[in-house]
Every structure is written in structure tokens, then in C-alpha cells.
Design a binder for this molecule. Structure first.
Ligand code: C2O
Ligand code: CU
Length: 472
């Protein structure tokens, strides 16, 4: 599939005022009764190495990577019948959606895993507009490394302050010499104890070097996602002067991106507004976390954009219905201490209720811990909190590696970093913590149920960086 096809197809879908959903669910279908769209996880192929190049075997939703773009309107419910066409159990988690707990998709915690050949019906209710995504929550380190994920867009009401949105899903892949996904190294303990599984090829929307056509003078909303298993990435939009309008789906006061770059941990998203120049030009987007290299490009050409009516001047996105007040005085304080990994200080941790030394832990593939516990779904809850109470969580990264901590079912506010209050109103579902860093977050536990909190470096998650809490 060429990139221009992606873009032109999406343009067609968006140009009809009623066309909110790439899968074609009629709007308001739930008013009349539940209608479910099929979404199947199954094997497929993709040219990950180069356009028109060798086809790699992947697992994808509808056999594609990324899976279909799901679009819905804020406040609507999207019905999905997930079919498992894989040869191992799976589920779908709707990352960042403040969903009903029963549909959160966590195998072993909110639902049983969906066996091969079986299906599960999800009702995705979306209180918040923004850029979200979906992926399995069973053996995520394996299934996501093979391509299982897709983008979920919840549209804001009202008039858009941009001409068109462009999704930029960045993923890194580890390919072998046959340009196939290197499955032999899946589960390699060296990766698990270090930075996680890092790839050797970067794709944008499943393509090795995507080219995005655009018109002079167009205003684009870029929906940027890091869907890598473990790589923290920095995307530089040199010459495009992007303005940040949302993080992890939640609006922020618009501001220019420092150095035209945004750093994203796995699972994080950023929405950017870009005003293209009036003259044709090509702009390269770089991945600049290490030695910078070209990731994809925007090709601005053709006749300047024309509009029936001018775009609104204010690019700020409308607020989402997040809890208004954090009650820091009466908050439940819950520390989160991250330990373990290569070159770390951890000598022992509790695994399945018993203290084990580091050698025994390595043997079990558990080399990370939260609060001294190498976690699994089998553990008791990390904490229980009455619905409506504020949770204050000082997070300490006492390891030599960055970690992206994700909380399910809620968005949290970043309160401080290394003791310094964070000035920006910043609500996120995933926070990046660098080695040695202390980050305090807080949220109102207003969504009843059992919710995961884990590192979104998927190998770290599998190797012990996971826990859950209950809102009663
Ligand atoms: Cu995106 Cu628990 O995950
Ligand atoms: Cu981690």
C-alpha cells in the first residue's frame, strides 16, 4: 500500500461531513441498538524494509500494520467484535481511553484471554476527544513486536481549526537478514534486562520511508504516535514550526515546540499543528534520539489550498471533561519505586509472594520490580482507593534505564519533576522517567474497577514492571 493511497483515502473519508469512521460504522448506531464491527487479528505481510521490497510476515488487525484507523465522535460508543485469528490468546486494550473497566482488555485482570478462533465484544465509550490507539494486552511484547496495533481517533465537536489531519505512527522493527521480523530474539533476556527490544528499521504507518503529499498553505494536524515496544524517540520537524496542541490525547495550551522536536516514550502521543508554506518544498522529519536520520517527508506541491471559509484563528482544542479538582490535601499517597535491570542495585525482590535473590529472579525472567515486587497479574492489588479520591504518586526511577509508566482508565497530571513543579497543565496517560528521575503524578480515581499500572517498555512490563490497583 503506498502512502499516497493512505492519505488520499483518508481525505475522502474526512471530506464527507458525516464520515467519522474509517470502518464505516454509521453514526449514532448505538442509539438504535448495538452494532458491532469485526476487527480480526491475523497474520499478514508488509514491506517493512523498503517500499516495494521484501514482504515481511507480520501479525496485524485485519492483517495490516497499522490496523484500520478507527474514528468515532466524542461521547459515542464504538462497538467492536474482536476476532482472534492468531494461534495464541489475545485481547484488545484501548490505550488512553477512560473506558468502562469491563472493556479495558487486560487478559487475566479484566477479562479472560480470547482463545484462537474465539471472539470478544468491546464497547468503547470515549469521554475524551483526542489521539488514542489500540493493541493487545496479552504477551504484548511478542504480539506488538509483530505488528498488532492501530490508531483510534476520537473527534472533537465543533469547527476544526485545521484543514486535515495526518497520522504519523512511528514504530521500530527488528528485522533479520531475510528482512523478516527477527522472531528468534523475541524474549531475549538481554533485551529484557536492558532497554527492551530495540529495532533496526523505523517505519511510519508501516512504511519504511513514507512521503506525505500536501498543498501549499495547508494547515495540518499531525497526530504523532510512538508505537515501538521500547524505544524512546525524538521527532524533529525542521522548518515546519510545529505548535503542540495535545499530549496523550489531552489538550494543552498551544505552544511552539522547542527546537521543533518532540520526544515520545513508547505509547505516548503528541498532536501538532503545522502551517505549510505558500511555496512548494519538501520537509524531512528526522528521528533524532541518537544520530539523526530521515524518517519520512512532507512533499508540498501543487495549487495552494483553497477554503470555503477561513479557518478559526484559535488552534486550541476544546477541553475534555477531566476531573476538575485534585484534592492534594486529602490525597492517598502511594509511592512507586522502580528498581532492577542491568547495572541496577536490586539484589532481591518478591516474586509470587516469596523473596528471591537476583539469580533466581533472572531464571524466572523477572528482573524488574515495583516497590520490591517483581509483578504479575497474580499479585494482590498495589492499593485500593475509594472512588472519587485523589491519588498522589511520587515515582522514583532508581534504575539505569528510562521507563514510561502508564496508568489505565485514568489520565494523571504531572505535578513535579525532581521536586520542581511543572508549570504546564499536562494530563497524560504515560509519563517518561529518565534514570535517577523523580516524577510526581496525581489523578482522581474516578473510574471504578481494576486498573493496570505498568512500564510501557513492553519487555520491562513482562519482566516485572507491572502492578494493578482497584477503585471501589
Ligand atoms: Cu498501552 Cu497497558 O497499555
Ligand atoms: Cu521500563
Amino acid at each position: 500500500m503506498t502512502n499516497s493511497f493512505h492519505v488520499s483515502r483518508r481525505t475522502v473519508l474526512l471530506s464527507g461531513a458525516a464520515a467519522g469512521l474509517a470502518l464505516g460504522l454509521p453514526r449514532g448506531a448505538f442509539a438504535a441498538g448495538a452494532e458491532l464491527r469485526d476487527l480480526e487479528a491475523r497474520p499478514g505481510t508488509a514491506a517493512l524494509w523498503e517500499e516495494g521490497g521484501p514482504q515481511a510476515d507480520i501479525w496485524g488487525y485485519e492483517g495490516r500494520v497499522p490496523g484500520p484507523v478507527l474514528r468515532m465522535r466524542q461521547g459515542e460508543t464504538l462497538g467492536i467484535r474482536f476476532r482472534n485469528g492468531l494461534d495464541q490468546p489475545s485481547t484488545i486494550h484501548w490505550h488512553g481511553i477512560r473506558i468502562d473497566n469491563a472493556y479495558d482488555g487486560v487478559a487475566g485482570l479484566t477479562q479472560p484471554p480470547v482463545a484462537p478462533g474465539e471472539s470478544f465484544d468491546y464497547l468503547v465509550n470515549a469521554p475524551d476527544a483526542g489521539t488514542y490507539w489500540y493493541h493487545p494486552h496479552n504477551r504484548s511484547w511478542d504480539q506488538m513486536a509483530r505488528g498488532l496495533y492501530g490508531v483510534l481517533i476520537v473527534e472533537e465537536p465543533g469547527v476544526r481549526a485545521y484543514d486535515r489531519d495526518v497520522i504519523l505512527t512511528f514504530d521500530d522493527w527488528r528485522l533479520d537478514e531475510e528482512r523478516q521480523i527477527d522472531t528468534a530474539s523475541l524474549g531475549a533476556m538481554h533485551d529484557w534486562a536492558h532497554a527492551g527490544r530495540l529495532g533496526n528499521v523505523l517505519t511510519t504507518n508501516g512504511e519504511a520511508y513514507a512521503k506525505f503529499p500536501a498543498r501549499p498553505g495547508e494547515r495540518l494536524r499531525l497526530r504523532v504516535l510512538n508505537t515501538a515496544n521500547s524505544r524512546v524517540m525524538t521527532f524533529r520537524f525542521a522548518g515546519l514550526a510545529p505548535r503542540l496542541v495535545a499530549l496523550d490525547g489531552q489538550p494543552v495550551a498551544p505552544e511552539p515546540l522547542a527546537e521543533e522536536a518532540v520526544r515520545l516514550a513508547p505509547a505516548q502521543r503528541a498532536d501538532l499543528i503545522v502551517d505549510l508554506p505558500e511555496t512548494p518544498a519538501t520537509y524531512t522529519v528526522e528521528e533524532a534520539s541518537g544520530q539523526p536520520f530521515a524518517a519520512c517527508e512532507f512533499v508540498v506541491s501543487g495549487a495552494p489550498v483553497t477554503r470555503a471559509s477561513p479557518l478559526p484563528e484559535d488552534i486550541a482544542l476544546p477541553a475534555n471533561p477531566l476531573p476538575k479538582a485534585l484534592d492534594m490535601q486529602d490525597a492517598l499517597a502511594q509511592d512507586l519505586l522502580m528498581e532492577g535491570g542491568a547495572m541496577g542495585r536490586m539484589r532481591e525482590a518478591v516474586l509470587k509472594g516469596e523473596t528471591r535473590d537476583i539469580r533466581a529472579l533472572v531464571q524466572e525472567g523477572k528482573v524488574w520490580a515495583f516497590n520490591g515486587i517483581a509483578g504479575s497479574h497474580m499479585d494482590p492489588a498495589m492499593f485500593t482507593v475509594a472512588r472519587g479520591r485523589t491519588v498522589r504518586m511520587p515515582i522514583v526511577n532508581d534504575t539505569r534505564w528510562p521507563h514510561g509508566i502508564h496508568v489505565h482508565g485514568h489520565h494523571f497530571k504531572i505535578v513535579s519533576r525532581n521536586g520542581t513543579p511543572v508549570a504546564r497543565e499536562e494530563w497524560r496517560d504515560t509519563v517518561l522517567t529518565d534514570p535517577g528521575e523523580r516524577v510526581e503524578i496525581a489523578f482522581v480515581a474516578d473510574n471504578p474497577g481494576k486498573w493496570m499500572i505498568h512500564c510501557h517498555m513492553l519487555e520491562h512490563q513482562a519482566a516485572g514492571m507491572m502492578a494493578w490497583f482497584e477503585v471501589t
